[in-house]
Each structure stands twice: as C-alpha cells, then as structure tokens.
Design a protein around this ligand. Structure first.
Ligand SMILES: Nc1ncnc2c1ncn2[C@@H]1O[C@H](COP(=O)(O)OP(=O)(O)O)[C@@H](O)[C@H]1O
Ligand SMILES: [Mg+2]
Length: 256
C-alpha cells in the first residue's frame, strides 16, 4: 500500500560545533500516498541526504520525517531505495540478488516475476558482471520492488546511463508506477527527466538547502517527450533553477 511521506522542518548538519556543515535547513515537504515527486537541485546541495533521511538510513538533526503516521527512526520495510550504482552482490545470481529485497509477504512475487516486469526475463541465472549497466539498474529496480514497497526512493538511478538507456529506464519506471502505484521520490539533476515522470517537481536551493520552488506537472500519462506542454514547463522550471535566458537554458549541464 502506498504511504504518504511528510518532512517537517527538517535540518541536517554533519559534524560538530564550528566545523559543522549545515546541509539541509528547514525543509518541509508533504508527499501524498501514490504521488510521484521529483527532487531537483544543484550538486552537493543535500538531495541524497534528504533521501537517506526518508529511507531511515540517517537521522535528521532537527525536525521529523514520517511515513504514513509513523515517524521514521530507522530502516523501514515499507521503503525501498535504488541508488546511482546497482549495488548487486557479484557472487550471487541476478535472481538471488532480486530475492534479497524481499520481505516475508503473503503472495510475495517471485524474483522471476519481477525480472519479467523489468524486461530481464531469462537473466535470473546470470551473474551481475554479465549484465550491461542498464540491465544491472533494471535488476536493482526489481530488487527494490519485490518487497512491494509503499514508498520507492530513487537516487539518480539513471545518471550513469547513456541517453537512450536513460530514456528506456524512464519509460520502465513510468510503466511500473502505473502498474504498482507506490509513492515515489526521484532525486535527479535532469530537468527533462523530472518533468517526464513526476506529478510535482520540488526544487532545492544551494546548501544549506531548503525548498525554493514547487512546480505541479498535471499532464496526462503516458507522456510524450515531444509534447509542447512539457517544453513550456521546462522553461518555467529552468527559471526556478536560475536559468531564464534562452542561451542559458541550453546549458542544462550547469544545473548538475
Ligand atoms: N556522512 C556525511 N558526512 C559528512 N558530510 C556529508 C555526509 N554525507 C553528505 N555529506 C556532505 O553533505 C553535502 C550534501 O551531500 P549530498 O546529500 O550527497 O548532495 P547531493 O546528493 O545533492 O549531491 C555534501 O557537501 C557532502 O559532502
Ligand atoms: Mg546525490
């Protein structure tokens, strides 16, 4: 079942005293059950830190994160994370890696069923080194989905892939979300990816980061990358991340 995620007045600093590095400051975010939110922000502003707090991999310095009604105080089986690298165990088969993400659920899906869902039918007996980068990320997604997470946290999961594979993965995530409808938080520095996938894009500012803008994306799905409505939203989003002139808008790399 999809869960809501509520981030209330969250601050996070690393280290103590004078040397402390404030990373997040007064971050507030209410994500409805089943909503798809993309979090966009400059490199090093604290996006991964925010996702780790949601996943219970770290604790906020101030404020709270809640999953449904419950405060997050540690790793929660309702949450699953996909990182930028696939993080598969090299000595296990692909199916065994996928099974690792499972919980003891009644009617739990089999690793094979998940591999089929992500387009890796027949690769269950392979080892991770036999997969391409894109295939390994598909396996990581299958591992995240096997426990039927209510909240799926994606930390730049396509950033290491080439442009075509990245688009394939985006299509796959869009399809999987239609089928399983979890709450999704996708961290990305790719403006187009955020607009293609999300119901809402949240922009974080420079460190110490707080939410500087929110842009609803109320376009029907499945979305078409060449939809002019997406281009209009892109211009608006680029102005929120600090690019307003058409010349600067070409320089998307500077957002990263
Ligand atoms: N465990 C940690 N200890 C100390 N500093 C950290 C730790 N994790 C992240 N940081 C620092 O916090 C800042 C934000 O990091 P991160 O959340 O990874 O940024 P982003 O994902 O937006 O690129 C960076 O300056 C990073 O070096
Ligand atoms: Mg990061």
């Amino acid at each position: 079942m999809a869960e809501s995620v509520t981030v209330s007045r969250v601050g996070k600093r690393f280290g103590m005293g004078e040397a402390a590095l404030p990373v997040l400051q007064d971050v507030g975010l209410e994500i409805a059950a089943g909503e798809f939110v993309a979090v966009l922000g400059p490199s090093g502003c604290g996006k991964s830190t925010l996702l780790r707090l949601m996943a219970g991999l770290d604790r906020p310095s101030t404020g709270t994160v809640r999953l449904g009604e419950q405060e997050v105080t540690g790793i929660d089986p309702r949450c699953a994370v996909v990182f930028q690298e696939p993080r598969l165990l090299p000595w296990k088969t692909v199916a065994a890696n996928v099974a690792l993400g499972g919980r003891r659920l009644p009617n739990a899906p089999s690793p094979e069923a998940l591999l089929e869902l992500v387009g890796l039918t027949g690769f269950g007996a392979s080892r991770p080194h036999q997969l391409s980068g894109g295939m390994a990320q598909r396996a990581a997604l299958a591992r995240a989905l096997i426990g039927r997470p209510g909240v799926l946290l994606l930390d730049e999961p396509f950033a290491a892939l080439d442009a075509l594979n990245r688009m394939r993965m985006q299509d796959l995530v869009a399809g999987v979300c239609r089928e399983l409808s979890p709450t999704v938080v996708l961290v990305t520095h790719d403006v187009d990816e955020a607009l293609f996938l999300a119901d809402r894009v949240v922009v974080l500012g420079q460190r110490p980061a707080t939410v500087t803008a929110t842009l609803p994306v109320s376009l029907p799905r499945p979305r078409d990358r060449s939809d002019p409505a997406l281009a209009a939203l892109r211009a608006e989003l680029l102005s929120h991340v600090g690019f307003s002139s058409p010349a600067a808008a070409m320089d998307v790399a500077a957002v990263a």
